[in-house]
Write a protein that binds this ligand. Structure first.
Ligand code: AP5
Ligand code: MG
Ligand code: ZN
Length: 217
Protein backbone atom coordinates (compact mmCIF):
# COMPACT_ATOMS: atom_id res chain seq x y z
CA UNK A 1 0.00 0.00 0.00
CA UNK A 2 1.43 3.37 -0.93
CA UNK A 3 1.31 6.40 1.35
CA UNK A 4 -0.31 9.15 -0.72
CA UNK A 5 -0.77 12.40 1.16
CA UNK A 6 -1.99 15.95 0.67
CA UNK A 7 -0.57 18.69 2.93
CA UNK A 8 -3.08 21.48 3.37
CA UNK A 9 -2.67 24.71 5.30
CA UNK A 10 -2.24 28.46 5.01
CA UNK A 11 0.95 30.05 3.67
CA UNK A 12 3.66 29.76 6.31
CA UNK A 13 2.00 26.90 8.20
CA UNK A 14 5.10 24.72 7.63
CA UNK A 15 3.93 22.43 4.80
CA UNK A 16 7.24 22.62 2.94
CA UNK A 17 9.36 22.22 6.08
CA UNK A 18 7.48 19.10 7.14
CA UNK A 19 7.14 17.69 3.61
CA UNK A 20 10.93 17.65 3.15
CA UNK A 21 11.61 15.55 6.25
CA UNK A 22 8.46 13.41 6.02
CA UNK A 23 9.25 12.50 2.39
CA UNK A 24 12.78 11.51 3.38
CA UNK A 25 11.62 9.43 6.36
CA UNK A 26 9.08 7.47 4.35
CA UNK A 27 10.68 7.38 0.90
CA UNK A 28 7.97 9.52 -0.69
CA UNK A 29 8.21 11.93 -3.58
CA UNK A 30 7.63 15.55 -2.58
CA UNK A 31 5.52 17.40 -5.11
CA UNK A 32 5.32 21.12 -4.26
CA UNK A 33 3.43 23.10 -6.89
CA UNK A 34 4.95 26.35 -5.59
CA UNK A 35 8.48 24.93 -6.00
CA UNK A 36 7.61 23.61 -9.47
CA UNK A 37 6.31 27.02 -10.57
CA UNK A 38 9.46 28.71 -9.19
CA UNK A 39 11.66 26.16 -11.01
CA UNK A 40 9.75 26.87 -14.25
CA UNK A 41 10.23 30.57 -13.70
CA UNK A 42 13.98 30.13 -13.18
CA UNK A 43 14.15 28.21 -16.46
CA UNK A 44 11.90 30.81 -18.13
CA UNK A 45 9.51 28.18 -19.50
CA UNK A 46 6.11 29.36 -20.84
CA UNK A 47 4.42 28.00 -17.69
CA UNK A 48 6.89 29.85 -15.46
CA UNK A 49 6.54 33.17 -17.30
CA UNK A 50 2.77 32.86 -17.22
CA UNK A 51 2.68 31.96 -13.53
CA UNK A 52 4.92 34.84 -12.46
CA UNK A 53 2.25 37.53 -12.81
CA UNK A 54 -0.02 35.65 -10.43
CA UNK A 55 2.64 34.56 -7.93
CA UNK A 56 4.21 38.01 -7.50
CA UNK A 57 0.77 39.39 -6.60
CA UNK A 58 0.05 36.49 -4.23
CA UNK A 59 -2.78 35.18 -6.42
CA UNK A 60 -3.46 31.57 -7.41
CA UNK A 61 -2.33 30.45 -10.86
CA UNK A 62 -5.30 29.19 -12.99
CA UNK A 63 -6.52 25.71 -12.03
CA UNK A 64 -5.85 24.01 -15.41
CA UNK A 65 -2.17 24.97 -15.31
CA UNK A 66 -1.65 23.64 -11.78
CA UNK A 67 -3.63 20.45 -12.48
CA UNK A 68 -1.73 19.66 -15.68
CA UNK A 69 1.63 20.15 -13.95
CA UNK A 70 0.69 17.77 -11.11
CA UNK A 71 -0.75 15.20 -13.52
CA UNK A 72 2.56 15.07 -15.43
CA UNK A 73 4.43 14.70 -12.16
CA UNK A 74 2.32 11.82 -10.89
CA UNK A 75 2.39 10.00 -14.22
CA UNK A 76 6.17 10.31 -14.40
CA UNK A 77 6.66 9.31 -10.79
CA UNK A 78 9.48 6.82 -10.32
CA UNK A 79 9.86 4.07 -7.79
CA UNK A 80 8.69 5.61 -4.52
CA UNK A 81 6.56 4.53 -1.58
CA UNK A 82 4.02 7.24 -2.34
CA UNK A 83 3.77 11.02 -2.65
CA UNK A 84 3.18 14.21 -0.70
CA UNK A 85 1.27 16.90 -2.56
CA UNK A 86 2.39 20.15 -0.90
CA UNK A 87 0.26 23.15 -1.83
CA UNK A 88 -2.04 21.21 -4.16
CA UNK A 89 -5.03 21.09 -4.44
CA UNK A 90 -5.79 24.74 -3.60
CA UNK A 91 -9.37 25.00 -4.89
CA UNK A 92 -12.40 22.70 -4.98
CA UNK A 93 -12.02 22.47 -8.77
CA UNK A 94 -8.41 21.27 -8.37
CA UNK A 95 -9.51 18.71 -5.76
CA UNK A 96 -12.17 17.34 -8.11
CA UNK A 97 -9.69 17.07 -10.98
CA UNK A 98 -7.21 15.32 -8.68
CA UNK A 99 -9.93 12.91 -7.59
CA UNK A 100 -10.59 11.96 -11.21
CA UNK A 101 -6.87 11.57 -12.03
CA UNK A 102 -6.22 9.40 -8.96
CA UNK A 103 -9.21 7.13 -9.56
CA UNK A 104 -8.01 6.55 -13.13
CA UNK A 105 -4.63 5.59 -11.60
CA UNK A 106 -6.48 3.45 -9.00
CA UNK A 107 -4.61 5.27 -6.32
CA UNK A 108 -6.90 6.84 -3.71
CA UNK A 109 -5.46 9.32 -1.19
CA UNK A 110 -4.37 7.87 2.16
CA UNK A 111 -4.92 11.08 4.14
CA UNK A 112 -5.13 14.86 3.94
CA UNK A 113 -3.10 16.53 6.67
CA UNK A 114 -4.37 19.91 7.78
CA UNK A 115 -1.66 22.12 9.37
CA UNK A 116 -3.60 24.13 11.93
CA UNK A 117 -2.27 27.51 13.04
CA UNK A 118 -3.65 30.94 13.93
CA UNK A 119 -3.34 33.65 11.25
CA UNK A 120 -1.44 35.89 13.65
CA UNK A 121 1.67 33.66 13.53
CA UNK A 122 1.99 33.46 9.76
CA UNK A 123 3.34 36.88 8.74
CA UNK A 124 6.33 36.58 11.08
CA UNK A 125 7.13 33.12 9.73
CA UNK A 126 6.95 34.28 6.12
CA UNK A 127 8.79 37.58 6.37
CA UNK A 128 11.65 35.85 8.22
CA UNK A 129 11.90 32.93 5.81
CA UNK A 130 15.05 32.10 3.85
CA UNK A 131 14.73 29.63 0.97
CA UNK A 132 17.47 27.65 -0.74
CA UNK A 133 17.89 28.70 -4.38
CA UNK A 134 18.91 25.17 -5.36
CA UNK A 135 16.82 22.69 -3.36
CA UNK A 136 14.02 24.95 -2.00
CA UNK A 137 14.52 23.91 1.64
CA UNK A 138 12.99 26.61 3.85
CA UNK A 139 14.79 28.11 6.88
CA UNK A 140 13.91 30.96 9.21
CA UNK A 141 16.20 33.68 10.53
CA UNK A 142 15.01 33.12 14.12
CA UNK A 143 12.87 29.95 14.34
CA UNK A 144 14.89 27.60 12.14
CA UNK A 145 18.25 29.19 11.30
CA UNK A 146 20.79 27.43 9.05
CA UNK A 147 24.03 26.25 10.67
CA UNK A 148 26.01 28.72 8.58
CA UNK A 149 24.52 32.11 7.73
CA UNK A 150 23.22 32.33 4.16
CA UNK A 151 24.06 28.69 3.34
CA UNK A 152 21.64 25.75 2.99
CA UNK A 153 22.26 22.88 5.46
CA UNK A 154 20.99 20.33 2.95
CA UNK A 155 22.94 21.21 -0.21
CA UNK A 156 25.20 24.21 0.62
CA UNK A 157 23.19 26.30 -1.86
CA UNK A 158 22.63 30.03 -1.41
CA UNK A 159 19.69 31.16 0.75
CA UNK A 160 17.46 33.93 -0.55
CA UNK A 161 14.14 35.62 0.19
CA UNK A 162 11.18 34.55 -1.95
CA UNK A 163 9.74 37.32 -4.18
CA UNK A 164 6.27 36.76 -2.69
CA UNK A 165 7.33 37.00 0.96
CA UNK A 166 6.69 40.75 1.02
CA UNK A 167 4.02 42.01 3.42
CA UNK A 168 1.73 42.98 0.53
CA UNK A 169 1.90 39.62 -1.28
CA UNK A 170 1.55 37.78 2.03
CA UNK A 171 -1.73 39.62 2.68
CA UNK A 172 -3.07 38.58 -0.72
CA UNK A 173 -1.93 34.96 -0.22
CA UNK A 174 -3.75 34.77 3.11
CA UNK A 175 -6.93 36.08 1.59
CA UNK A 176 -6.68 33.68 -1.39
CA UNK A 177 -6.28 30.88 1.15
CA UNK A 178 -9.34 31.93 3.13
CA UNK A 179 -11.56 32.37 0.06
CA UNK A 180 -10.47 29.49 -2.16
CA UNK A 181 -8.52 26.89 -0.17
CA UNK A 182 -10.16 26.80 3.27
CA UNK A 183 -13.33 25.20 1.78
CA UNK A 184 -11.17 22.12 1.09
CA UNK A 185 -11.19 21.36 4.82
CA UNK A 186 -14.91 20.50 4.64
CA UNK A 187 -14.48 18.79 1.27
CA UNK A 188 -11.96 16.30 2.71
CA UNK A 189 -13.60 16.05 6.14
CA UNK A 190 -16.78 14.84 4.42
CA UNK A 191 -14.73 12.18 2.64
CA UNK A 192 -13.22 10.98 5.94
CA UNK A 193 -9.67 11.88 4.88
CA UNK A 194 -8.86 14.90 7.01
CA UNK A 195 -6.50 14.71 9.98
CA UNK A 196 -5.45 17.83 11.88
CA UNK A 197 -1.95 18.57 13.17
CA UNK A 198 -1.11 21.40 15.57
CA UNK A 199 1.31 23.46 13.46
CA UNK A 200 1.81 26.25 16.02
CA UNK A 201 4.51 24.37 17.99
CA UNK A 202 8.24 24.19 17.21
CA UNK A 203 9.33 22.22 14.10
CA UNK A 204 10.18 19.00 16.00
CA UNK A 205 6.85 19.02 17.83
CA UNK A 206 4.99 19.35 14.54
CA UNK A 207 7.00 16.44 13.06
CA UNK A 208 6.11 14.24 16.05
CA UNK A 209 2.42 15.18 15.82
CA UNK A 210 2.49 14.44 12.08
CA UNK A 211 4.00 10.97 12.64
CA UNK A 212 1.35 10.18 15.28
CA UNK A 213 -1.41 11.29 12.92
CA UNK A 214 -0.03 9.06 10.13
CA UNK A 215 0.30 6.06 12.46
CA UNK A 216 -3.35 6.44 13.45
CA UNK A 217 -4.33 6.03 9.79
P1 AP5 B 1 3.54 27.98 -2.29
O1 AP5 B 1 4.97 27.92 -2.61
O2 AP5 B 1 2.79 26.74 -2.12
O3 AP5 B 1 3.36 28.92 -1.04
P2 AP5 B 1 2.29 28.91 0.15
O4 AP5 B 1 1.14 28.01 0.08
O5 AP5 B 1 1.96 30.33 0.27
O6 AP5 B 1 3.01 28.25 1.30
P3 AP5 B 1 4.43 28.55 1.78
O7 AP5 B 1 5.40 27.80 0.95
O8 AP5 B 1 4.60 30.03 1.86
O9 AP5 B 1 4.35 28.00 3.27
P4 AP5 B 1 4.66 26.58 3.87
O10 AP5 B 1 3.43 26.09 4.53
O11 AP5 B 1 5.32 25.69 2.88
O12 AP5 B 1 5.67 26.99 5.02
P5 AP5 B 1 7.25 26.70 5.20
O13 AP5 B 1 7.47 25.28 5.56
O14 AP5 B 1 8.05 27.28 4.08
O15 AP5 B 1 2.80 28.80 -3.42
C1 AP5 B 1 3.34 30.00 -3.93
C2 AP5 B 1 2.49 30.53 -5.07
O16 AP5 B 1 2.49 29.59 -6.16
C3 AP5 B 1 1.00 30.75 -4.77
O17 AP5 B 1 0.77 31.99 -4.16
C4 AP5 B 1 0.40 30.63 -6.17
O18 AP5 B 1 0.61 31.80 -6.90
C5 AP5 B 1 1.23 29.53 -6.79
N1 AP5 B 1 0.66 28.19 -6.56
C6 AP5 B 1 1.23 27.17 -5.86
N2 AP5 B 1 0.44 26.09 -5.85
C7 AP5 B 1 -0.68 26.43 -6.55
C8 AP5 B 1 -1.88 25.74 -6.88
N3 AP5 B 1 -2.09 24.48 -6.48
N4 AP5 B 1 -2.80 26.40 -7.61
C9 AP5 B 1 -2.62 27.66 -8.02
N5 AP5 B 1 -1.51 28.37 -7.73
C10 AP5 B 1 -0.54 27.77 -7.00
O19 AP5 B 1 7.50 27.56 6.53
C11 AP5 B 1 7.37 28.97 6.51
C12 AP5 B 1 8.41 29.61 7.43
O20 AP5 B 1 8.17 29.22 8.79
C13 AP5 B 1 9.85 29.16 7.14
O21 AP5 B 1 10.69 30.24 7.40
C14 AP5 B 1 10.09 28.03 8.14
O22 AP5 B 1 11.46 27.89 8.49
C15 AP5 B 1 9.26 28.48 9.32
N6 AP5 B 1 8.68 27.37 10.08
C16 AP5 B 1 8.18 26.20 9.58
N7 AP5 B 1 7.69 25.42 10.58
C17 AP5 B 1 7.86 26.15 11.73
C18 AP5 B 1 7.55 25.89 13.11
N8 AP5 B 1 6.96 24.75 13.48
N9 AP5 B 1 7.87 26.84 14.03
C19 AP5 B 1 8.48 28.01 13.64
N10 AP5 B 1 8.79 28.30 12.36
C20 AP5 B 1 8.49 27.37 11.42
MG1 MG C 1 5.92 25.85 0.86
ZN1 ZN D 1 19.58 23.56 -0.54
Amino acid sequence: MSLDLVFLGPPGAGKGTQAKTCAERHGLSHVSTGDLFRQNLKEETPVGLMARGFMDKGLLVPDEVACQMVRECLEGEGDTEGFILDGFPRTIAQAETLDGDLSRMQRPLTAVVSFEIADGMLTERLTGRLTCRDCSTPFHVAFNPPEQEGVCDACAGELCTRDDDTEQAVGARLSEYRDKSAPLLDFYETRGLLCGVDAAQPVDGVSAALERALEDR
